[in-house]
Design a protein around this ligand. Structure first.
Ligand code: NAP
Length: 488
């Protein structure tokens, strides 16, 4: 840490244990692991390292609390979520600092994430009291159908490091609203934000055992027994497609409900009739939110040939002007990547594209010195055969490729196993809607570079996942539909 007393204080104040049955506890074997600041590479603190035995205890706690929690009044569950919403806003400064320290993103973005994370609690508080059902006459007359919704049951929630709190509230919000207990396994690199969230939920009155949190360095050893236990009824996972496939296979044994928010390879399409200022601003948002470490990040930028030089020049200028540094410093817009491995991957993708004929307009080389920084980079003339056309870059690198026709660009964007989000910039409404319909993705940004919104159904198709988080759909993922046939 830098010696800044605020940084030391927020790290000192966050719980470092496991949250099991409403109590903060050490790991069963007393083990801990270190959490690092990616802007310095230095350890911030150690947290408890859950063991499979701790997994069993959390499972017992979640199972024991399920029946009573399912029976709580929807309004009571909504009130818990609204109290947590208020607490997140009251503590936004400290929580943002903590998030920046463990994850690296600039403070303004951390504050933005906490407000976004809190919004999931407000949205699902509003949904908790609108869980509906139905009553109808059977088509042949005589009997009646009574249709009700019930909580799925205990859920396992696994979150990634890139949005350490929002990916948690996007799952915990609907789980609590629906009446499901849960065990959350946060990412190893960023457990502190989730531990702070656990304390917020405790203070918000969530009953003991309803929310359990297990940081661990042994994710598979903890989660596989949970998934195959027969007690857990639901998996919600956000992370890479590779790990998602493994977890889906494990979930098959007990035929679990699954929500899988997996990797992306977003296309960003700029037609020559687009407003170039808006397209550059959209590309900056779609590329640079979270330093490019987002599943929604523009990974392939296709620009119509007549405007690619102008677009490239303007994007490179805007990117080169972004201040890079520790996220806690004033004015910094680009923080470090999460670790050295991530930085090496970004560099190798850039080197591969350049070897294939791409030209560097700005950036392209990692700086020396502490921290895992990488400069905002724009490449043009990136061949569609470059590795970065099929792999997630997860860094501040914008690769530009030219195209000539609408059909050609739609085919190019769809030529990937992923289908999370794509972006289209055009001032021709009919073209915009036509292309949005033709793109194989769960979401499309039409003349906007950010699609995430707690009130909208977020999710992908193809290898980007199953199910939706947010919107009306988000709570349905935690509810079973029960039909009672009634003889009259
Ligand atoms: P990851 O390596 O798949 O890890 C995600 C989570 O899974 C972490 O908590 C990780 O724990 C855990 N995990 C890893 N191996 C596991 C196993 N065998 N069994 C159970 N859990 C396991 O992904 P990441 O690098 O943290 O996150 C980046 C990825 O997430 C990218 O692909 C990104 O596109 C995707 N993502 C998707 C969305 C979306 O909504 N679609 C949103 C954000 C991110 P450890 O930390 O201990 O490894």
């Amino acid at each position: 840490m830098s010696g800044n007393p605020n940084e030391a204080r927020v790290v000192a104040e966050v719980p470092k244990g496991l949250l099991v049955a409403g109590q903060w506890a050490d790991a069963s074997d007393g083990g801990t692991f270190d959490v690092f600041d990616p802007s310095t590479g230095e350890a911030l603190c150690a947290v408890a390292d859950a063991t499979p035995e701790d997994g069993r205890r959390a499972l017992e706690a979640a199972a024991a609390a399920q029946k009573e929690f399912a029976a709580t009044a929807p309004r009571a569950r909504a009130d818990m979520l609204m109290s947590a919403f208020d607490l997140l806003h009251e503590r936004i400064e400290d929580l943002a600092l903590l998030m920046t320290l463990e994850m690296g993103k600039p403070l303004a973005e951390s504050k933005g994430e906490i407000a976004y994370a809190a919004e999931f609690f407000r949205h699902f508080a509003e949904e908790a009291v609108r869980i509906d059902g139905g009553y109808q006459t059977a088509p042949a007359g005589g009997s009646r159908f009574l249709i009700t919704k019930q909580p799925v049951g205990p859920a396992l929630l696994i979150t990634p490091w890139n949005f350490p709190m929002a990916m948690g509230t996007r799952k915990l919000g609907p789980a609590i609203a629906a009446g499901c207990t849960s065990i959350t396994k946060p990412a190893q690199q960023t457990p502190l934000s989730m531990l702070a969230l656990g304390e917020v939920l405790r203070e918000a009155g969530v009953p003991d055992g309803v929310v359990n949190i297990l940081p661990t360095t042994r994710p598979g050893e903890i989660t596989e027994p949970l998934l195959t236990s027969g007690v857990i009824r639901k998996l919600s996972f956000t992370g890479s497609t590779g790990v998602g496939r493994t977890l889906l296979a494990q979930s098959a044994e007990q035929v679990l409900r699954t929500s899988m928010e997996l990797g992306g390879n977003a296309g960003f399409v700029v037609f020559e009739d687009a407003d170039i200022d808006e397209a550059v601003a959209g590309a900056m948002a779609a590329k640079m939110r979270n330093t490019g470490e987002a599943c929604t990040a523009a990974n392939r930028i296709f620009v119509q040939r007549s405007v690619i030089d102008e677009f490239g020049e303007r994007l490179a200028k805007a990117m080169s002007e972004l201040p890079v540094g520790r996220g806690v410093e004033d004015g910094v817009r680009v923080g470090p990547l999460i670790d050295e491995k991530a930085r090496e991957k970004v560099q190798s993708l850039v080197d591969d594209a350049v070897a294939g004929g791409a030209r560097v307009l700005t950036g392209g080389t990692a700086p020396d010195g502490p921290g895992y920084f990488y400069p905002p980079t724009v490449l043009t003339g990136v061949p569609v055969t470059a590795r970065m056309a099929s792999e997630e870059i997860f860094g501040p690198v914008a690769p530009l490729t030219s195209f000539d026709t609408e059909d050609e660009v739609v085919a190019a964007v769809n030529d990937t196993e992923f289908g999370l989000v794509n972006y289209v910039f055009t001032n021709d409404l009919r073209r915009g809607l036509r292309v949005a319909e033709a793109l194989e993705s769960g979401m499309v940004g039409l003349n906007q570079g950010v699609v995430s919104n707690p009130a909208a159904p977020f999710g992908g198709v193809k290898a980007s996942g199953l199910g939706r988080e947010g919107g009306r759909a988000g709570i349905e993922e935690y509810l079973e539909t029960k039909y009672v046939g009634i003889a009259m």
